[in-house]
Design a protein around this ligand. Structure first.
Ligand SMILES: [Zn+2]
Ligand SMILES: [Zn+2]
Length: 277
């Protein structure tokens, strides 16, 4: 997996590359800031812990998924042809609220600490803050790459991205799951209408209803260039986010479905580049 991400990263132009590292490093600075202030304020810590405890397992999983999605988007937006139109900057996946963001940071820190030492949290949760402080102080460099070069920032990014992949696998929402999710409303709204013009050989049939698309009629065109009757494709996209002809994936509001789609784009780019060597 790391190899594929690195291969994908190496296709970026120098400008895209420096945009990415800058945006990542400002993200990491913000995380670092929230992380520290969470540990330095016992009130905020206990509020966040309380909030975290009130969530179901599924809610926790989707919180982490949203965090991963934001990070994954940083890289994939470069190749994602469905993201160019301003209407597809979805609100569902927009920036996380600070309370959620803090909860994710705390959750991930707790996981990391207990992976590191499984007994560390076997004490009253009122003392967790001290354990976490201690752990953070000892791992300052690896956690946040203080004074990091762009290489360390990228390796942290690669860690997060592979973590994201393992997480998907663990939650059973990985790429092998044939789950159907609907296309996001924003993506559907931004689909262009094109006029059917003659001359095409076999493209004049709508594969959903198997009927001809008459010349001069307005039909819907997906980003993969396949066209369909509007009345046929709208119900289709309500149930699925794939093109009926080529299975091209459109954006979805389902967090897990969207991670899967972006991973697909990333992996394709990376594998394509690996083959060039
Ligand atoms: Zn049709
Ligand atoms: Zn298609």
């Amino acid at each position: 997996m790391e190899q594929i991400i690195i291969a994908a990263l190496s296709t970026l132009t120098p400008n895209q590359f420096s945009d990415l590292t800058q945006s990542l490093s400002s993200d990491f600075r913000l995380q670092h800031h929230r992380h520290c202030s969470l540990l330095l304020s016992p009130t905020r810590f206990s509020h966040t812990l309380y909030f975290l405890n009130s969530l179901t397992l599924h809610q926790k999983a989707s919180l982490i998924a949203r965090y991963f999605l934001t990070t994954l988007k940083k890289l994939t937006f470069v190749w994602d042809c469905t993201q160019h139109t301003p209407t597809t900057t979805t609100t569902v996946h927009g920036p996380m609220r600070l309370r959620d963001f803090d909860a994710v940071l705390l959750l991930m820190l707790l996981c990391e600490v207990s992976q590191h030492n499984s007994d560390a949290l076997e004490i009253s949760s009122t003392k967790w803050i001290d354990v976490l402080k201690h752990y953070t102080l000892n791992n300052m460099f690896t956690l946040w790459g203080i004074g990091a070069s762009s290489a360390t920032i990228l390796s942290k990014y690669i860690d997060i991205a592979t973590g994201c992949w393992r997480f998907l696998d663990a939650t059973g929402c990985g790429a092998n799951m044939e789950r159907e999710v609907s296309t996001s409303a924003a993506a559907v709204i931004s689909l262009p209408s094109v006029e059917v013009c003659g001359g095409g050989m076999s493209t004049s049939e709508c594969v959903i209803c198997m009927e001809e698309m008459n010349q001069g009629r307005d039909v819907c065109q997906l980003p993969c260039q396949h066209t369909f009757h509007w009345l046929c494709v709208l119900p289709w996209l309500k149930k699925r986010n794939t093109c009926p002809c080529c299975r091209f994936q459109l954006p979805t509001d389902d967090v897990f479905g969207e991670i899967e789609r972006l991973w697909g784009i990333l992996a394709k780019k990376g594998r394509g580049n690996l083959c060039d060597f």
